[in-house]
Design a protein around this ligand. Structure first.
Ligand SMILES: Cc1cc2nc3c(=O)[nH]c(=O)nc-3n(C[C@H](O)[C@H](O)[C@H](O)COP(=O)(O)O)c2cc1C
Length: 331
């Protein structure tokens, strides 16, 4: 198959059958989903979110019981237990760590390498991408703002033209708004070694996300997957793409309240910022695990526009490969 030929390099980098990553999703990418991804031939990534070393160790062990295949672990660089988490992954012989929530420094990359693991991370600009490769990063993911969850300001299309096309030959995966095989094949013809998908797997049959959560995503359109409005730059908001719900409205009201109290001298800048940060604490868990789709965070990418059915991972992967192959054969 032509698509498998195109995927050869990326698959070799990941140690999986296909050059497709099942992107880590906090509370969703747990042992069932990740082992199912691995068994379907793609590279699943466990989300460690705010876990400590012990919880992560249990999750890795439980994934390893369900698959003999390789899978990765996603680590958030701000996690205060960062070093413990890296050590646990090293001891458990994880092959790849996907670092998120910041730009890893050289020392972290070296620490990961010292355990024989590979380090992958996200790059939001060409200069950062080049610096990361200089610091020894093994592969990069360019994730555009169409993606679900925490996003940067720039779309996949711009990152591809700014970074991928200027850095052909480097091991670069593309994420954000990607699902169909034709697009995956095209990205690879442009020089990508593979793609990372998230939202579609949050909604798949093997995902243990609450059915209320999945149903909202499956019924949503691309325009419903929004990043929150920031009312005032003194109170910066981190862009997180999610389906708009009651919590989105309440967050705007909360910003308005804090802003008024700040202007009236009733709340200090730092305290106001902190209380906005706390607004979303625990909210993804509320939606994904408890099914509270009104007050939880419904993180999701714009790709919900074309994710309309709860499907098995094998079926999703087979469709991608078929679409990619048809596209490459016709071209
Ligand atoms: C519900 C949800 C939670 C996510 N959590 C994380 C996370 O914990 N760490 C991370 O690196 N990326 C996270 N992401 C991003 C995904 O790993 C992936 O890169 C993204 O979903 C790809 O774009 P797509 O949604 O358009 O497929 C999350 C995405 C979603 C939808």
């Amino acid at each position: 198959m032509k698509i498998l030929k195109l995927m050869e390099r990326g698959a070799k980098i990941l140690g999986s059958q296909y050059a497709i990553l099942g992107g880590a999703m906090t509370w969703i990418s747990e042992s069932n989903l990740v082992s199912s991804m691995a068994n379907a031939g793609i590279f699943g990534v466990l989300a460690s979110g705010a876990m400590d070393g012990n919880i992560l160790k249990n999750e890795i062990e439980s994934t390893q019981k369900k698959t003999q295949k390789k899978f990765g672990v996603n680590i958030i660089l701000m996690n205060p237990k960062l070093h413990d988490l890296i050590e646990v992954c090293g001891e458990k012989k994880i092959s790849h760590l996907v670092l998120a929530g910041g730009i890893p420094d050289k020392a972290i990359i070296e620490k990961i390498h010292s355990y024989g693991m590979q380090a992958i991370t996200f790059a939001p600009a060409q200069s950062i991408a080049k610096r990361l490769f200089k610091h020894g990063i093994d592969a990069l993911i360019l994730e555009g703002s169409e993606a679900g969850g925490h996003v940067g300001p720039v779309s996949t299309m711009i990152l591809v033209q700014d970074i991928l096309l200027n850095m052909v030959g480097y091991p670069i995966f593309i994420a954000g708004g990607i699902l169909r095989g034709e697009i995956i094949a095209s990205m690879m013809q442009l020089g990508a070694v593979g793609c990372q998908l998230g939202t579609v797997f949050a909604c798949c049959k093997e995902s243990t996300a609450h059915e209320n959560f999945k149903n909202v995503l499956l019924k949503a359109n691309g325009r419903n997957a929004v990043t929150p409005v920031q009312l005032d730059k003194k109170f910066p908001i981190s862009p997180v793409r999610a389906i708009a719900n009651i919590a989105t409205e309440e967050f705007i009201a909360k910003q308005r309240e804090i802003l008024t109290r700040f202007e009236n001298g009733e709340v200090a800048l730092d305290n106001g910022r902190l209380s906005l940060e706390h607004f979303w604490a625990g909210s993804l868990r509320r939606a994904v695990c408890e099914g509270d789709v009104d007050h939880g965070s419904l993180m999701s990418g714009q790709i919900v526009e074309i994710v309309k059915e709860e499907r098995y991972i094998n079926d999703i992967v087979a469709t991608i490969l078929r679409e990619a192959e048809d596209f490459l054969t016709k071209a």
